[in-house]
Design a protein around this ligand. Structure first.
Ligand code: NAG
Ligand code: NAG
Ligand code: NAG
Length: 343
């Protein structure tokens, strides 16, 4: 998929709102306020970015994060949302595990202390709906399913993928399962959420059924939302870059060349369990205003062309970190994945 090329073209005609920005690493720990609220620690490890209001509960009825947050690791200074994914591990021949670290996106955000690149995309010019409706306080959702281990299951989600980067700026050749060769510049994991909302529920028991995809095609290609989920919402999209360089060594990889060594923190060695979580937390109507202002991002510099948004430098975003609540040993060669999990 030539995503980079598409973005450049789209940005140049100014047809479509593209917010793209950097969120540095806020914390890495076993908490999951969406799927396991109140549980300390939660079953598997996550890497989290966004506002420092992230904690084990995040009660949706006390949803105004702007009241409790004192900093954000994202460059839009009014974005107190939280974004998170699972964590990648390397499995050694002797069966021990070593944690991978995220790194800043070389396309503009190399100075970030890891974390994610986050996008909010509006509908294309060919869509009959010209504006995306921003989320409301308390809105949250997940995408993907950690229990999935087959390509046929993953088809339900469409756009949860891996890019094996040979250089920081190359794209293309995305796969739904883990790359099976060295990725010199790292593995980029992409997580794209659905673009249609039921217009009523801020969440749902499975954290997914209040949102949906268009029946045919995508909102980006102009396809309409289904009648059950008629409201076009911004497409939330994560790119997380995992630094695999320390493990690009034939002596370390599995002797069986058909196997690859990476495993998600929830024990998935296929890659089909890729998933992401989102808790909306923009201050006031800052997100809606940015979507309405047709903001666009300069892909190659650290520049968000959005007069309605207050932004902060990556250096300042890097300083927003949260103390670990669920303390445990995460570095070194571990006998099992955190939480005692094994594939
Ligand atoms: C999470 O933060 C909210 C708001 O500050 C607070 O009321 C709640 O007690 C916190 N929960 C935990 C488990 O720290
Ligand atoms: C397991 O393998 C890793 C990577 O080769 C090595 O660094 C580590 O010392 C080994 N641990 C044990 C207990 O042999
Ligand atoms: C989806 O596409 C199929 C095949 O082109 C068509 O028959 C169907 O009516 C479409 N459904 C919707 C909701 O657009």
């Amino acid at each position: 998929m030539q995503w980079t090329l598409f973005l450049v073209v789209a940005a140049s005609v100014g047809a479509r709102t593209i917010l793209r920005f950097s969120c540095s690493q806020l914390v890495v720990e076993r908490l999951d306020p969406l799927v396991n609220p109140g549980m300390i620690p939660s079953p598997h490890l996550h890497q989290i970015v966004g506002g420092n209001g992230f904690n084990a509960t995040m009660d949706p009825n006390r949803a105004d994060l702007a009241d409790v947050v004192t900093c954000t690791s994202c460059t839009p200074a009014e974005d107190f949302s939280n974004y998170w994914t699972a964590v990648l591990f390397f499995r050694a021949r002797n069966g021990t595990y070593k944690r991978l670290h995220t790194k800043g996106n070389p396309l503009g955000y190399a100075d970030a202390t890891g974390g994610q690149t986050v996008y909010y995309l509006g509908p294309s010019a060919s869509n009959s709906v010209s504006r995306a409706t921003a989320f409301r306080p308390g809105f949250r959702m997940t995408i993907g399913n950690p229990a999935y281990n087959k390509a046929s299951q993953l088809a339900r989600y469409r756009q949860l993928m891996y890019t094996c980067l040979q250089a920081g700026t190359t794209r293309g050749a995305d796969t739904f399962d883990f790359p099976t060769k060295f990725c010199k510049a790292g593995i980029m994991v992409t997580v794209r959420f659905p673009t249609c909302w039921d217009g009523k529920n801020l969440d749902s028991p499975d954290h997914q059924s209040h949102v949906a995809y268009p029946v045919n095609g995508t909102t980006e290609s102009g396809a309409p939302c289904p009648a059950s989920h008629p409201v076009v919402i911004p497409q939330v999209f994560y790119e997380t870059l995992w630094d695999t360089a320390p493990f690009n060594d034939k002596e370390l990889w599995p002797e069986d060349e058909k196997k690859q060594p990476f495993v998600w923190s929830f024990g998935d060695q296929t890659g089909y369990g890729n998933h992401g979580d989102y808790v909306f937390g923009w201050k006031g109507d800052a997100l809606q205003r940015a979507m309405d202002a047709d903001c666009n991002s300069d892909l190659y510099g650290n520049y968000l062309n959005c007069p309605t948004l207050k932004s902060q430098s990556i250096i300042k975003s890097n300083r927003c970190v949260k103390e670990v609540t669920a303390r445990e040993e995460l570095d070194g060669w571990l006998k099992s994945l955190p939480g005692g999990l094994t594939p």
